[in-house]
Design a protein around this ligand. Structure first.
Ligand SMILES: Nc1ncnc2c1ncn2[C@@H]1O[C@H](COP(=O)(O)OP(=O)(O)O)[C@@H](O)[C@H]1O
Ligand SMILES: [Mg+2]
Length: 321
């Protein structure tokens, strides 16, 4: 999301229109939808710039191909944009659509934008944002949140060698967006994802620094569901630094938190990490016992990555003396 600000008459509109004359993103030309905030409405009409932008989009060359998608995914928007002939109106305006709450409108629009931008990037340009209505601001924040979350989750799936720097950049930008709109939800999880990418890229110190930030947020906000994983990752990075005693403390902390929360998957990961450390300390029997105990708790999902990894380690611990 880009915001162009400056005094009246400075050339903001001209500047943006200049860019939009040939909008290319990643070598692909974009569709453009323009909406204006109006001084006359001065913030009273909910979503007016979005409604105008979607209306313009439907009337553009791309319109006919988008009509079906918007009808399907964003019906509450569609009925406000396209005047409906009286005889059809009962069909389209079902009770659901009438009741379209703001939450629903937001969800619908996000789904529609996600779908259309799969085929071609779409630029939404809102001019004269100083007259924006509160619903539009709320919707913009929602979309920023939505895009940032989607970007982080996509980045976390990039696992080809050499892709971690790309993932790190994407996650960092998304975290900055979330911070800018004041959204802190799931931040510890996202920082943990970031730490994993740093680990893959061999950037141990950077990884530790984001994990410490995650722990600070966990303790301040009580958003604890990934606390065990944060401690475990911290332990893994400390192992790399040769700080085995501190690493062990982190693994024990991770195991303790996971047990307290009844989170068996995180317990398995933390015990696997500790067992791997024990293996290097020539304490194989202890490692095997603790890992076998948690591994045997699981009766299904044995083909998932974490359980396969635990199984492989158990086999090593059983055979190598
Ligand atoms: N780079 C520029 N050089 C000369 N004139 C400009 C330039 N950019 C904009 N203008 C002129 O300045 C006026 C105000 O520009 P506009 O883009 O409408 O400003 P804003 O949107 O910031 O209020 C317009 O008449 C425009 O043609
Ligand atoms: Mg202007």
């Amino acid at each position: 999301m880009v915001c162009v600000s400056g005094e009246p008459g400075k050339g903001k509109t001209t500047f943006v229109e200049d860019f939009l004359a040939e909008p290319i993103v990643n070598g692909q030309s974009c569709a453009v939808a323009r909406g204006r905030c109006s001084e006359r409405l001065a913030g009273t009409e909910a979503y007016s710039p979005f409604l105008e932008a979607l209306g313009n989009l439907l009337r553009s060359n791309a319109g006919p191909s988008l009509e079906r998608t918007i009808k399907l995914l964003a019906p509450s928007w569609y009925i406000q944009i396209v005047p409906i002939p009286l005889e059809d109106s009962l069909d389209v305006r079902g009770p659901d659509v009438k009741a379209g709450s703001q939450e629903r409108m937001k969800r619908e629009l996000a789904a529609f934008l996600q779908e259309v931008s799969r085929f071609r990037p779409l630029v939404l340009f809102f001019d004269d944002l100083q007259w924006v209505d509160e619903s539009t601001i709320d919707l913009l924040a929602y979309l920023a949140d939505f895009v940032a979350w989607a970007t982080i989750l996509r980045a976390s799936t990039l696992d080809q060698p050499g892709q971690s720097e790309e993932a790190i950049t994407d996650i960092r930008e998304s975290l900055a967006t979330l911070r800018a709109i004041g959204s802190e939800l799931a931040r510890p999880l996202f920082l943990a994802i970031m730490a994993k990418e740093y680990a893959k890229a061999g950037r141990t110190t950077d990884g530790l620094s984001v994990l410490n930030e995650a722990l600070e947020i966990v303790n301040r906000t009580e958003e604890r569901y990934c606390e065990a994983e944060v401690y475990r990752l911290k332990g893994e990075l400390l192992v790399r630094q040769g700080l085995f005693h501190d690493a062990e403390t982190c693994f024990h902390k991770a195991i303790g938190v996971a047990r307290e929360q009844g989170s068996k998957s995180f317990e398995l990961r933390a015990v696997t990490s500790l067992a791997r450390l024990r293996q290097t300390q020539a304490k194989r029997e202890e490692a095997r016992e603790m890992l076998a105990e948690i591994y045997n708790w699981f009766t299904e999902g044995l083909n998932t990555a974490d359980l396969k990894e635990a199984r492989a380690l158990l086999d090593q611990l059983a055979t190598s003396f």
